[in-house]
Design a protein around this ligand. Structure first.
Ligand code: FAD
Length: 60
């Protein structure tokens, strides 16, 4: 539950930050662009959000 929640929350936060930087945030090599890419894998690696939520549902 924590992994799914934390990783999905991070997507909202990091994309909000990227938006705040405007076009600069989208340029490869900009710190926020790298952070957004790094954050994105967290909903996939080590178990995707969908699979995490399926496991949560099974235990409820
Ligand atoms: C950069 C990178 C590094 C990695 N490093 C490691 C590592 O060090 N060790 C390791 O063990 N693995 C590693 N992985 C693999 C990672 O754990 C898998 O990519 C991840 O588990 C998803 O599996 P998949 O890519 O086969 O996607 P799939 O399982 O094919 O999933 C594709 C899509 O279908 C959805 N889906 C699949 N099954 C269901 C379901 N039952 N219900 C609903 N939706 C579903 C998924 O949520 C996803 O959106 C790495 C992957 C990447 C990209």
């Amino acid at each position: 539950m924590l992994k799914a929640c934390a990783c999905e929350t991070l997507q909202e936060v990091v994309h909000g930050c990227l938006q705040l930087h405007g076009g600069t945030g989208f340029i490869i090599g900009a710190p926020i662009e790298r952070m957004a890419r790094d954050a994105r894998i967290l909903t996939i690696g080590g178990g995707t959000t969908e699979v995490m939520l399926e496991e949560v549902a099974k235990r409820m």
